[in-house]
Design a protein around this ligand. Structure first.
Ligand code: SAM
Length: 335
């Protein structure tokens, strides 16, 4: 399909968004490699190098427009078209950086119709960039089917990594980061939510949840009811003006949010690993025993020794020995 044609044949959104572009549509056809585009940063105009054909999965800022990478800008400028979850949101980003690449809307309501056309363009050699409204595409955002079907037809799929609310929240929550589990959004209804939280309870790592502000209080209350007094954090409006991170045991955090009312803006909830793993066993100081043993033995031998001494399952003791040894190494490195 030629850019600017296809109103009758192609999906309406695709055609409409291509036609609506204020800037030049580079190349006569999507699928024929277009001339490199331009972008502007710090008042300087840069010409993007051409990019390889395929689907380029581009992360965009989660609030602060300055968080975009030079490679992301160059990719967006050089792509034949940008596949966007909400073209209005992406237009703001493109306008900020002087990028005039055509946009194609791709969201849950039109994906089934638009996807075959996108795959056809990719098969024809187009270089398409995929973005979501904010952060990394596919992470609780559209794109998984497009990526998997592009791979199935042997198209190159190229990551252009960058902002992600999951990783931004993890880095500032003050909870263990050596292992974490990203759950995305929990079910909206309390009964189903509690069932799911129970399924997650034994995971030996930090749990990360997306949540809407108006459900924060009820979700925190369910998390506290099922998981007890684990360490937790609520990361709000990351990279934005009202960025706040609150850290407290789950019941305290739940009480705080219930008292204050729904937090304003976007939030990520984080819950630390089961407390038993971080504390001593009843009557036995597992950590102290392991720390002593680790001074003289390898992690494996120390774990075997302490498992034999305490009767604790070897797997658990070994997991804890790895954590202690890693923490010890980190401490030495930071000195
Ligand atoms: N794909 C995106 C990413 O990689 O960050 C996430 C998209 S998901 C639909 C949107 C959710 O991410 C929000 O409901 C919120 O939980 C979280 N989120 C996005 N931006 C955020 C921010 N600036 N601060 C806190 N949470 C944010």
């Amino acid at each position: 399909m030629k850019a600017g044609q296809g109103t009758e044949n192609g999906p309406q959104n695709l055609a409409r968004d291509l036609l609506k572009q204020p800037g030049p549509v580079r190349g006569k056809e999507l699928g024929v490699k277009a001339a490199a585009g331009v972008y502007t940063a710090f008042g300087l105009r840069a010409e993007a190098e051409p990019i390889q054909p395929g689907l380029h999965v581009v992360a965009t800022p989660i609030g602060n427009l300055g968080d975009i990478s030079f490679r992301a800008l160059a990719t967006l400028a050089a792509a034949d078209a940008i596949i966007a979850e909400d073209t209005r949101v992406t237009k703001t980003l493109l306008a900020h950086y002087g990028i005039a690449t055509p946009l194609i809307a791709y969201h849950e309501h039109n994906a089934a119709i638009v996807r075959p056309h996108l795959l056809e363009k990719l098969a024809g050699g187009a270089a398409l960039a995929l973005v979501s409204d904010a952060g990394t595409p596919l992470i609780s955002d559209p794109g998984f089917k497009l990526v998997s079907e592009a791979l199935a037809q042997n198209c190159a799929v190229v990551p252009v990594p960058g902002p992600s609310a999951v990783l931004a929240a993890l880095t500032v929550a003050g909870l263990p980061t050596d292992r974490f589990f990203f759950e995305g959004f929990l079910p909206p209804k309390s009964a189903a939510r509690r069932t799911r939280i129970k399924d997650l309870a034994a995971i030996p790592g930090t749990l990360v949840f997306f949540e809407s502000a108006h459900r924060a209080a009820s979700t925190l209350s369910d998390l506290a009811a099922v998981l007890g007094p684990r360490h937790a954090a609520i990361a709000r409006e990351l990279t934005k003006h009202f960025e706040t991170v609150r850290r407290a045991p789950l019941p305290d955090l739940a009480a705080l949010v219930a008292a204050e009312g729904p937090p304003k803006g976007e939030i990520v909830l984080l819950v630390g690993p089961p407390i038993e793993q971080r504390q001593t066993l009843p009557g036995q100081d597992l950590d102290a025993r392991l720390s002593r043993a680790l001074k003289e033995h390898s992690v494996k031998d120390a774990a075997a020794l302490v498992a034999a001494e305490t009767g604790e399952p070897r797997r658990n003791v070994y997991a804890r020995a790895i954590e202690l040894s890693a923490a010890d190494r980190r401490q030495s490195d930071s000195r």
